[in-house]
Design a protein around this ligand. Sequence first.
Ligand code: ATP
Ligand code: MG
Length: 426
Amino acid sequence: MADYKTPRGTQDILPAETRKWNEVEELIRSVCYYYGYDEIRTPIFEDTKVFKRENDSSDMVNKEMYTFSIHQEDSLTLRPEGTAGVIRSFVQHKMFGNMEMPAKLYYMGEMFRYERPQKGRYRQFNQFGVENIGVKSPLVDAEIIALGYSIVKALGLSQIKVIVNTLGDDESRKNYREKLKEHFKDSVADLCGDCQRRYEQNPLRLLDCKIDKDHPSMLNVPRMHDSLTEESKEYFQEVLQALDALEIPYEIDDRLVRGLDYYTHTVFEVVSTHPESGSQATVFAGGRYDGLVEYFHGPQMSGVGFAMGLERLMILAEAEGIELGKQDGIDVYVMALGNVGTKPLEIATACRANGFVSEFNILPRSLKAQFKSVDRKQAKVVVIVGEEELKDHKVNVKCVATQTQVTVDLDKVVETVEEMLEKEGE
Ligand code: ATP
Ligand code: MG
């Protein structure tokens, strides 16, 4: 066993896998481009107070953060999520004043959470996320869901389900919190430690508990819908109408509250229904938030966004049999026979400069061994640089598919390769 290994909950992504990652990332960037979202890159660590907001009851903030401080400087935290850093940046750079609203931003990168590692759950993982800040409209909520949904669909995932709910406005949530407190008043002592904390800090989060979800008191909880103000009901109806208009199928789940404390109105989750996805089924999740821009001392502005777990996306793609990162064969393989010096390198370099994917033989090897490389790399054209031919300023160029071979002057190699590749492509 190797003496040095990746830390628990982290992984190396090796070349066969990075090809898949690149393909998925390109797909995501292209969908963002069509939706008019621009990339933002914020630091991987921030002042702890960016993430740890007062009275936040989420597990992520309370138990999962990698927090450290160096040389008695202020406490820093490796980002456990993307939204807080983006909003911090939005305010720091006064985007609300010098950009057209809404600001449409996306990010992609590593997040860190101290969790118990298992399939689809890591300590370092990658998220793609979007934030639309500055305009509060049901149309924007629907557009954001559509953006995430298009990515999942474009990737080819079919076994997925969109779940939506509303948490209403402040007044609705206040009503609901009171009803929940009343409901759990007698049973709270019987619930897990986290639930007891949630009862005090944010009773809505009781509905999110994975431990007590089957406790008798959870079975007949009051329904959020009954606490909604008329305005909140109307807002939610408009979100649903927009989803209908876009033909995005969804289910309404009255119990969906989501893990972060700053959500208002629309919340949603897109989950896999594939049997292998188990308890790590959520592909992306998000909602509308109020108060976050103000928390960072910006103006009163609403935003909406989601975060997508890329490892989970890849695991689900694999489970559904979607082939990613297929490798094309190369265009040119340059062989070397005898003492031919730098010529193969020169030819490969000239071919590359002309846009052909090229490799050349480096080690002294038999013709047979070199042809094995041609096979392995699925080269379309082979250039054979032989010591004898080189004396006459000539090389052989061979088309692998037709097995036709011509002897040409060194100055004509690139031209000949190009002709063969063109014929091949026909
Ligand atoms: P869960 O309930 O599975 O812990 P969460 O509510 O903590 O999820 P979010 O904070 O909403 O997750 O993050 C958005 C997405 O990021 C998740 O839906 C998931 O796809 C992914 N994700 C979250 N935590 C991890 C992790 N530890 N490892 C891999 N992916 C993760
Ligand atoms: Mg979590």
